[in-house]
Write a protein that binds this ligand. Structure first.
Ligand SMILES: Nc1ncnc2c1ncn2[C@@H]1O[C@H](COP(=O)(O)OP(=O)(O)OP(=O)(O)O)[C@@H](O)[C@H]1O
Length: 338
């Protein structure tokens, strides 16, 4: 008989409701996060992601519901009695303390022996790759380096849970991209359950084991990045995590939600292909986005967006105003509009 392995639960939220006066900020949130998972709260500005993270931390109090962390109910416990480390967008380092001192700060206040503090600090400095910079002050560090310090400081007391509130938002694109990979590696290495708030869909898709998509204080969908992208549960999720076309095929009754890369474009007709004209082309490096006007406007009243690999685009010598033929190559992935 196959043994079922019961996953340990790190966070269990049941029926969480939160009001700011009469504004309903979190609406009946139910969510379980397993030990060692990396989960992102993704959604537009004002949807309640930060409020939910702060509620888990005990920095906000919920009006209804229960919060269980590692099997212990903490709903009415203050933040200091919940076992987590937190990193904010604005590093929030002590400017008068060095990298090492910043990282060791939380350990000092826990009255750990001096020698043990030093060992732990050295370990963390190495973990986040700041060995050479341990004696520098925050002002002498780049944004990415400062955020590494903040991360090491949050991890120092060995918490069970790591909470990240838009940790990469203040960094420029390249640093942000590198650090997100490092963050993921670090999380896998330490095995710490991690929740990250972000409004950046690409970041959430790249880094998370699962994503909870929030909208107006509600969770619209929880799933793996591929489930969220390829089989979005609602139109809001479909639009928020990527670009969509709404298309009605001549033989179909409902309108389909079609991602730009699920369509193929050709410069010759055949029976399955629909015809159109290339309105515009946007070069994006690896891919090129074509904006097509379908000849049959009942297929789509709007333009149809298609992403093609740039080498293919060149091979076909696509140009604006050129007639083309296109078809949905991945009909199985398309969901019907509700
Ligand atoms: N202290 C507060 N008092 C009143 N309303 C608040 C308070 N904090 C947040 N809100 C409101 O609650 C809603 C959710 O805020 P929250 O900060 O959780 O959103 P968010 O999804 O994290 O957005 P952002 O990405 O802009 O930070 C917003 O409409 C916000 O205006």
């Amino acid at each position: 008989m196959k043994k079922s392995v019961e996953l340990k639960k790190s966070v269990e939220l049941t029926g969480i409701n939160k009001y700011y006066d009469d504004f309903h900020a979190l609406k009946n949130i139910n969510l379980t996060i397993n030990d060692g998972e990396f989960i992102s709260f993704l959604g537009p500005s004002g949807c309640g992601k930060t409020t939910l993270l702060r509620t888990i931390a005990g920095l906000e109090v919920c009006n209804e519901g229960t919060i269980v962390l590692s099997g212990k109910e903490v709903t009415h416990k203050p933040a200091r009695q919940r076992d987590f480390g937190i990193v904010f967008q604005s590093y929030a380092l002590f400017p008068n303390l060095t990298v090492s001192e910043n990282i060791g700060y939380a350990l000092k206040s826990r009255s750990m022996a001096k020698k043990n503090i030093q060992t732990r600090v050295d370990e963390l400095v190495a973990l986040v790759g700041l060995d050479q910079l341990a004696d520098r002050y925050p002002v002498q560090l780049s944004g990415g380096q400062q955020q590494r310090v903040a991360l090491a400081r949050a991890l120092a007391p060995n918490p069970k849970l790591l909470l990240l509130d838009e940790p990469l938002s203040a960094l420029d694109a390249k640093v942000r991209h590198n650090l997100r990979q490092e963050l993921k590696d670090l999380q896998k290495k330490t095995g710490i359950t991690t929740i990250m708030v972000t409004h950046d869909q690409e970041e959430a898709l790249a880094i998370s084991d699962r994503i909870a998509v929030l909208n107006h204080g509600e969770i619209e969908q929880i799933g793996t990045p591929d489930e969220i992208y390829s089989t979005p549960a609602t139109e809001f999720v479909a639009e928020f995590v990527g670009t969509i076309n709404r298309m009605t095929l001549p033989d179909a009754e409902s309108t389909l939600i079609v991602r730009p890369e699920w369509i193929e474009v050709f410069n010759t007709p055949n029976e399955q292909r629909m015809s159109g004209v290339i309105d515009s082309m946007e070069y994006r490096g690896a891919t090129t986005r074509l904006t097509l006007t379908p000849a049959d406007q009942s297929i789509s009243s709007e333009s149809v967006l298609v992403d093609v690999a740039t080498p293919y685009c060149k091979k076909m010598s696509f140009e604006t105003n050129q007639p083309v033929w296109f078809e949905i190559a991945h009909k199985d992935l398309c969901s019907a509009q509700h």
